[in-house]
Design a protein. Structure first.
Length: 239
């Protein structure tokens, strides 16, 4: 099945570069240079399977385009932006982006991110099973249901993105195990090569925010300085 990608950027050279790489991977590619055109193109048949979206557009802000796309259709969106501060990346993820790539970028890495996002968006897809092969995990104040892809903190359902859920599940299935950033990129993002490891840090912060997990005194995801992250091994016998 041929998939369709919509590339949205006000710079023709960047649109052409991304389009060329996506076309090599078998995508039918459409382009838009403004937010208004992006919304129009997104409504045309065939509908895009993934959108690569710049933040700094000349009319509508890319984040507003993302919000409008999200209202009408839950399709994968990868932000591609020169706004590289951590706050900008977190804002993009909070607005609903499935991934965020900063400029300048390597086109092959963007293509890999797109492929990984589409894999996570496959209907019925579940995170890769680790050693337990279980469908649900339960810890004090936190439950994770793999079959429903639901996470509850206490009795409150916490909506997570597909990537946030996969990241949490990967860590929680082996409590106390330290995962390096490279291992998480391969297991959660599905990269066959090492990408920008900073993306792991940003998504961990995003996950902590979604779970109200205080980074200064985390109860869910712990940081191992200079190495990576681990799920904090609390048991039902702990307070």
């Amino acid at each position: 099945m041929i998939r369709t990608a919509l590339v949205v950027d006000d710079e023709p050279q960047i649109r052409a570069l991304l389009s060329a790489y996506l076309a090599r991977d078998g995508f039918l590619v459409r382009e838009a240079g403004t937010g208004a055109d992006a919304l129009h193109q997104a409504g045309l048949e065939p509908r895009p399977d993934v959108v690569l979206l710049d933040v700094g557009l000349p009319d509508l802000d890319g984040l507003e385009v993302l919000r409008r796309l999200r209202r009408e259709r839950n399709l994968p969106v990868v932000m591609v932006s020169a706004r590289a501060e951590e706050g900008d990346i977190l804002m993009g993820l909070a607005a609903g982006a499935d991934d965020y790539v900063t400029k300048p970028f390597r086109p092959r890495e963007v293509a890999a991110r797109v492929a990984a996002v589409l894999r996570r968006a496959e209907p019925g897809r579940e995170p890769a099973t680790g050693p337990t092969g279980t469908e649900a995990l339960s810890f004090p104040g936190l439950s994770i249901d793999r079959s429903r892809r639901e996470v509850r903190r206490g009795h409150t359902l916490r909506p997570l993105s597909a990537l946030q859920f996969d990241l949490l599940w990967t860590l929680a299935e082996q409590p106390g195990r330290v995962f390096t950033r490279e291992q998480l990129l391969r297991r959660v993002w599905g990269y066959s090569h090492v990408g920008d490891e900073r993306v792991v840090d940003v998504h961990v912060r995003s996950l902590r925010r979604a779970l109200d997990d205080d980074a200064s005194a985390p109860q869910v995801v712990g940081t191992v300085r200079g190495v990576g992250y681990k799920f904090l091994p609390r048991t039902n016998g702990q307070p």
